[in-house]
Design a protein around this ligand. Structure first.
Ligand code: P1T
Length: 392
């Protein structure tokens, strides 16, 4: 049966092999090569106190367990826990904290993360300090020993694409007795594996690259430490925000091709960033693969490719609107990480919940447009942007 173990493979299996096989054995009853969707709420027990290790669907589900083991292997963690959304996964990590605890957070996180911390968790007397985590000294200066229990990084950041030095910040966090959690949604484990660099917890919105096909919402937390694993297992069941079996199956289907999709996202992202950087209607491109990106050297060391996300500054709301209204192939939509290219306006869409003054300070201007570069033929993507930019 599928269990919440990292993998059933040789320790030497490489990333692409793990994508396809980790956590998945042929189903014992029939030999089905693909983990079935165990669409059941409960399990019949043999006798009072005697069952097959499966009692109730919130607590145990074989399809979810297969996904959790798969992603744990991809992130080289010891256990994974799948949740109903990326936000539910972040909430589960925050539940490791207690009233009075302090967290240092990347200032330019996804707007929903900021909203959860500021509008929900502050009410429970959790405290958050937001810093530019691309500058390790800012993280060090924000630590309030011994109250700081967590450092929460997003790298690259959404949507400004700043890159944090995960290994250096892991050292800082650990020197102060804090855990390091990394939201690895923008990169995917193909591009970077934060646990190898010292992180204790990795979070994904599986809605993005892990699923890869824009057809399900979900989240996962991968952990390394025994205490965190025990708590996450407990809270996943106690709070109950589990990922359902069908959504788990969709993400498992997605991770099988992660190692094929990501090189194409990387290649298309870089080519599109270079195209935009040399376009006269574009003021600035934010992409870690460009040599003028402030953390380009760090990104070269830390990442395998630079991912498929980029943002561009077009100078005004009118210019942004002209492009967003005239793209044909690219879809105007929130979200990212799917095979199809999506384009959005962070200031009014993904980061609408961030206060205006804060948006301005972070660079989330009215003229900023974000692109999740898909895996289409690159010539069609550049042609689409060329004709849309002609309307600016
Ligand atoms: O949407 P959900 O699955 O709950 O994931 C939330 C989330 C968490 N972390 C990061 C870095 C994210 O980008 C997101 C969701 N982001 C978008 C919907 C977006 O368009 O940016």
């Amino acid at each position: 049966m599928y269990r919440n173990l990292p993998m059933h493979l040789s320790q030497d299996a490489r990333f692409g092999t793990l994508c396809i096989h980790a956590g998945q054995e042929p189903e014992p009853a029939t030999g089905a090569i693909i983990p079935p969707i165990f669409q059941t709420s409960t399990y019949v027990q043999d006798a009072l106190g005697r069952h097959k290790g499966f009692e109730y669907g919130r607590t145990q589900n074989p399809t979810r367990f297969a996904l959790e083991a798969n992603v744990a292997a991809l992130e080289v963690g010891r256990a994974g826990f799948a949740f109903a959304s990326g936000m539910a996964a972040i909430g589960a990590v925050a539940s490791l904290l207690q009233a009075g605890d302090h967290t240092v957070v990347t200032d330019n996180t996804y707007g929903g993360t900021y909203r959860l911390f500021e509008r929900v968790l502050r009410r429970y007397h959790l405290e958050f300090t937001y810093v530019d985590t691309s500058v390790p000294d800012e993280v060090e200066a924000a630590m309030r020993h011994p109250r700081t229990k967590l450092v929460f990084l997003e790298t690259p950041t959404n949507p400004m694409m700043q890159v944090a030095d995960i290994a250096r910040i892991a050292e800082i966090a650990h020197a102060h007795g804090a855990l390091l959690a990394v939201d690895n949604t923008f990169a995917s484990p193909y591009v970077q594996q934060p646990i190898r660099l010292g992180a204790d917890l990795v979070i994904h919105s599986t809605t993005k690259y892990l699923n890869g096909h824009s057809d399900g919402i979900g989240g996962v937390v991968v952990a390394t430490g025994e205490k965190e694993i025990e708590w996450l297992r407990f809270v996943q069941n106690a709070a109950g925000a589990i990922l359902g079996p069908f959504e788990s199956w969709l993400v498992l289907r997605g991770t099988k091709t992660l190692a094929l999709r990501m090189p194409q996202h990387n290649a298309n992202g870089l080519t599109l960033a270079q195209f935009l950087a040399s376009h006269r209607k574009v003021r600035k491109v934010f992409y870690p693969g460009l040599p003028d990106h402030p953390q380009h050297e760090l990104a070269r060391r830390q990442m395998r490719g630079f991912g498929g996300m980029l943002s561009v500054e077009l100078g005004s709301l009118e210019a942004a609107r002209a492009v967003l209204d005239h793209v044909r192939l690219m879809a105007l939509a929130e979200s990212l990480g799917g095979v199809e290219t999506l384009i959005c306006h962070p200031a009014t869409m993904t980061h609408a919940s961030v206060p205006d003054e804060r948006k301005r300070r972070l660079g989330i201007s009215d003229g900023l447009v974000r692109i999740s570069v898909g895996v289409e033929d690159i010539e069609d993507l550049t042609a689409d942007l060329e004709q849309a930019l002609a309307r600016v």
